[in-house]
Design a binder for this molecule. Structure first.
Ligand code: NAD
Length: 262
């Protein structure tokens, strides 16, 4: 099996760093044209330059805070008109801050839902007509192992993941007749800025060192290590490909066996 995404336009949100960037790099390696979305223009320009030095296909970016929903709709629609229809979308963004659900403020839930679920719905509105027209669509949502097993001290995140999971399952059934699949990737502990910041917060909360918390996390993973961002990229590239046409509405953990449920 050789995955070839040439002549496919892919839209990746949260693509300036971490998992979104790793997914964008794998898509580029497989030949996709890419529109990268994130807040920091200078970081996006740097990523685009690096991709252009390595690959020949088309790369562009949109610098925007995706929680500005109406601006997102307008600017994405404009980009789509220049870029052409998208076949692949990766819905991804920064994760909510740490804390217990019992202490969370309504504003924290609002911000988290706006930055993920609501923004993802706007993206869907914009890309759906083109996917229907092509009879090909791959919508991939980056959620978390917290969607299946609540992670301690990530109350808002756990709640958000449940909502995105239900949204995706519902969409997968509604969109399947149009050649569009909708799937979620559930990262375990993957080495990105987000994980480093969460480990730091958790270590401080427990009164232990960063290294001790890192070792504790590793000990919880059956394969005995933290994951690499590109390992999420490989899973996303498979789900984006024609080979995944019969995979629809699933939750795909990439977690080294962390989740203990069958
Ligand atoms: P990260 O913080 O390293 O990267 C997040 C990306 O999203 C960056 O490009 C950032 O600029 C962009 N972004 C953040 N807020 C944005 C906004 N409002 N508008 C536009 N772009 C925005 O995070 P990550 O580790 O890559 O995680 C990505 C997702 O995966 C998050 O939802 C996270 O909670 C989830 N996740 C990560 C892990 C992990 O171990 N890394 C585990 C489980 C779930």
């Amino acid at each position: 099996m050789k995955i070839n995404l040439s002549n496919r336009n892919a839209l990746v949100l949260g693509a300036s760093a971490g998992l979104g960037l790793a997914i964008a790099e794998q898509f580029a390696e497989s030949g996709a044209n890419l529109l990268l979305v994130a807040r920091r223009e200078n970081k996006l320009q740097k990523v685009i330059k690096q991709l252009q030095e390595k690959y020949n296909q088309r790369f562009d970016y949109l610098a925007i805070d995706i929680s500005n929903l109406e601006q997102l709709r307008l600017e994405l629609q404009n980009k789509l008109e220049q870029f052409g229809n998208f076949s692949i979308v990766v819905n991804n963004s920064g994760g909510p801050s740490a804390g217990f659900a019992i202490n969370a403020r309504v504003e924290e839930y609002e911000a988290a839902f706006r930055q993920q679920l609501f923004a993802f719905q706007i993206v869907l509105d914009v890309v759906k007509p083109g996917m229907v027209e092509q009879f090909y669509g791959r919508i991939i949502n980056i959620t978390s192992i917290g969607a299946k097993q609540p992670i301690p001290n990530l109350g808002v995140s756990n709640t958000l993941r449940g909502a995105v999971t239900s949204w995706a399952k519902t969409l997968s059934r509604e969109l399947a007749p149009y050649g569009i699949t909708v799937n979620n990737i559930l990262p375990g502990f993957i080495l990105t800025d987000r994980l480093i910041s969460l480990i730091d917060t958790e270590a401080k909360r427990k009164g232990i060192s960063f290294e001790a918390e890192m070792q504790f996390r590793q000990s919880q993973v059956p394969v005995g290590r933290i994951g690499k961002p590109e390992e999420i990229g490989y899973a996303a590239t498979f789900l984006a490909s024609e080979y995944a046409a019969y995979v629809n509405g699933i939750n795909f953990p990439v977690d080294g066996g962390f989740l203990s449920s069958i």
